[in-house]
Design a protein around this ligand. Structure first.
Ligand code: 5GP
Ligand code: ZN
Length: 127
């Protein structure tokens, strides 16, 4: 009974989730990479000439929700970031990989994503 409730909750979560819907092709996106576990697409409101989002296909709400079991997946996503930065031609000049977690960081979509930003100079510390 408890586990049924958890499964129903998880299903509802991902059914309503924008990035799960993009992963299921229910909402269109400019997809630049895909394998069984990971999807990458262009941000709809780019903050730099290159602005990609890299997501796990499995619904993970955010950085607070990862576990040790996700180590390999998260490493794979970083390697996808590295490969895509090279493909997009921003490796040499530099790029930023960012994860917003929670309200103070401005996380707007509750499905874990790495931002990959490049093609211009960024300031530090961030605003
Ligand atoms: P967050 O603020 O959660 O770290 O980042 C969410 C990102 O998702 C934002 O940069 C926003 O522009 C992007 N985004 C929101 N809705 C859509 C959408 O429907 N399609 C795409 N490709 N990106 C989206
Ligand atoms: Zn999701």
């Amino acid at each position: 009974m408890f586990f049924d409730a958890v499964v129903v909750f998880a299903k509802k979560d991902s059914m309503d989730c924008l990035f799960c819907r993009i992963a299921k092709r229910e909402i269109p996106a400019d997809i630049v990479f895909e394998n069984e576990r990971v999807l990458a697409f262009r941000d709809i409101q780019p903050q730099a000439p290159v602005h990609l989002l890299i997501i796990p296909k499995r619904h993970i709400a955010g950085l607070n929700d990862i576990t040790k079991a996700d180590d390999q997946l998260l490493g794979e996503m970083l390697n996808v970031a590295r490969e895509l930065a090279k493909k997009e031609g921003v490796s040499t000049d530099g790029y930023r990989v960012a994860i917003n977690c929670g309200a103070n960081a401005g996380q707007a979509v509750a499905h874990l994503h790495y931002h990959v930003l490049g093609g211009r100079k960024f300031t530090w510390p961030p605003g």
